[in-house]
Design a binder for this molecule. Structure first.
Ligand code: PEP
Ligand code: MG
Length: 325
């Protein structure tokens, strides 16, 4: 079976009826680039940059971040790399940021992710400078975590343009144009205002991990409620559908990059909803590709419609399992 999966690497991620799907990798650490390429990823759909800030007492400087990001961009050999700005806070903590973050009774609802970056502008500007310099070495996109409003995109775009200007004055190599800026859709409010966010975003990446958590008010680390964490809850699926339709109407790319994206059980549902980009852990990629190659798009679209008519997650799971055979 291992050999069969390896052979898959060189086959296209096309459905049986010839619809091309883009499969990208999620990366948490630079050495995983090799795995992403080996698995046949056509790019990095989500580069989590937290590794740069973890397990240390000081903050990483621009040069250090640039070197790390450049090695990843170069390692991908011209395939696009989606770099997410710092997504720290809540369950993800970094020593070096303790002083900037303060205490919060509800860290999941507190100063985290893009909110922290926009409050600590030095932190954001340093990271944007490193990203812009890395973008001189290959195609890069910038992704913002935990977005809830268009203002966050506009503010970040302004910061990006300012940093670009400063780097030009420093005469460092830069890409000819500013990279695309996209929003993670991982808060219910973001999904419900996806039409507005699509107006200020160049692309969407749907984060089903946080979207499920915030929609159902379930902390997965809280054992006593963990069994209620269910990405097939109709509320979660409706929010995904709402965001996808807004993206398709606005003609901006939309991907799914939460854990769900790497589970072949959900693949027909995503395709049926009109999602043609999935980003996942490199080792999930072959199995999802294998599943895509078995799927008939017309059948998947009909099944997704039937699923979206359901009001009960048990019924949804049954319809999906029946489709998966
Ligand atoms: C998500 O929330 O689904 C996601 C992809 O981001 P992270 O898992 O890093 O929070
Ligand atoms: Mg998230």
């Amino acid at each position: 079976e291992a050999r069969a999966l390896k052979r898959l690497r060189d086959l296209p991620a096309d459905t049986r009826d010839g619809v091309r799907v883009t499969l990208q990798a999620n990366l948490e650490l630079p050495p995983e680039v090799g795995q992403a390429v080996a698995a046949g990823a056509s790019g990095i759909g989500l580069l989590r940059t937290e590794f740069l800030y973890m397990n240390r007492e000081d903050l990483p400087g621009e040069d250090e971040q640039y070197e790390a990001l450049r090695s990843i961009v170069e390692g991908m050999g011209g395939r696009p790399v989606t770099i997410r700005t710092l997504d720290i806070g809540g369950e993800k903590l970094a020593w070096s940021l303790g002083a900037h973050m303060g205490e919060s009774a509800n860290p999941a609802l507190g100063l985290r992710a893009i909110r922290l970056s926009l409050k600590e502008r030095k932190l954001l500007d340093t990271q944007l400078a490193a990203i812009l310099r890395a973008a001189a070495h290959g195609p890069v996109r910038v992704l913002l975590p935990l977005v809830t409003s268009t203002g966050e995109l506009q503010e970040t775009r302004r910061a990006l343009a300012e940093v670009y200007g400063e780097l030009q004055r420093r005469r460092v190599p830069l890409p000819e144009e500013l990279p695309p800026v996209g929003a993670m859709i991982e808060v219910p409010g973001a999904a419900l205002s996806a039409d507005a966010l699509a107006g200020t975003s160049d692309f969407f990446a749907i984060g089903t991990n946080d979207l499920t958590m915030y929609t159902l008010a379930i902390d997965r680390a809280e054992e006593r409620v963990a069994h209620l964490y269910n990405p097939l809850h109709p509320a979660v699926l409706r929010l995904i559908q709402f965001a996808v339709e807004a993206a398709l109407r606005a003609r901006i790319p939309v991907s799914v990059c939460g854990e769900m994206a790497g589970d072949p059980r959900y693949t027909p549902l995503f395709l049926g909803l009109g999602i043609k980009e999935l980003s996942m852990a490199p080792n999930s990629l072959p199995r999802v590709k294998q599943r895509i190659r078995q799927i008939d798009m017309t059948a998947a679209t009909h099944r997704a419609q039937a699923i979206m008519d359901q009001r009960d997650s048990g019924r949804i799971a049954a319809l999906l399992d029946d489709f998966n055979g």
